[in-house]
Write a protein that binds this ligand. Sequence first.
Ligand SMILES: Nc1ncnc2c1ncn2[C@@H]1O[C@H](COP(=O)(O)OP(=O)(O)OP(=O)(O)O)[C@@H](O)[C@H]1O
Length: 252
Amino acid sequence: MNKIVIGDNIVKSFGEGIEQRNILDGVSVEINEDEFVSVMGPSGSGKSTLMFALSGMDGINSGKVVFDNKDLSAIGEKQLSDIRRSEMGFIFQQPTMLKNLNILDNIILPSIRDNRKNALKISEKARTLMEKVGISELEKRNITQVSGGQLQRAGICRALMNSPKIIFGDEPTGALNSQSAQEIMDILSEINTEGTAVMLVTHDAKVAARTERIMFMRDGKIVSELKLPKSVGVNIDSRIEKVTAKMLEIGI
Ligand SMILES: Nc1ncnc2c1ncn2[C@@H]1O[C@H](COP(=O)(O)OP(=O)(O)OP(=O)(O)O)[C@@H](O)[C@H]1O
């Protein structure tokens, strides 16, 4: 199985002099091109920093990040941002969208900016994605006129516009009620089944239990991993139990 992301002995520090701290303290991680993984750990353990490092959003002090056979530390900022835009998708707890644009326009904006000539095709693709995630009827709505779950669905559509090889999600269900969170996880599972790798950062055992490999971080290190079958089936409760048991075992 091809690796979509390889992080090798990543060190990332913040601060200077005696204030300097390794937030990532020699982290090595590999994600397969069809994998659905999550990262758990206490607040401040370095989960988001790891996601930023693996996606090239943030530089690293030492080690290496290879994305789809490209060494991210060896390429310039322009090429890096091209890769992020065309080969990666990002979703966050609160999708940042423009208040003066409707849902459809918010979804297509980044793609149109890159490729004005194909506006029609881009809109068509956005409509297909909106249908897939169940928000077709909302395209003309202002972003203040939809629920948090609907807004996150729009965020997922935006992240999928360029058919990314991986979706990075930082607490994508963190602001949602449990029903909406489960629906967002259904959508992410489906996207993964169709061939896109997904890496989520989460505090929620129910979210992590939907993924097939959970990496547990503490103090800038991956201290443990839990593997689960890819297909969730009817076993969600036993999966959640396994995740919480592991959390207890390693004390996070
Ligand atoms: N730009 C920065 N400058 C200085 N310190 C930072 C910066 N970004 C993160 N940190 C510090 O790095 C540590 C890890 O942060 P990170 O956001 O990766 O943790 P996390 O595990 O994702 O936490 P949470 O679950 O609370 O989101 C924290 O102590 C944070 O304060």
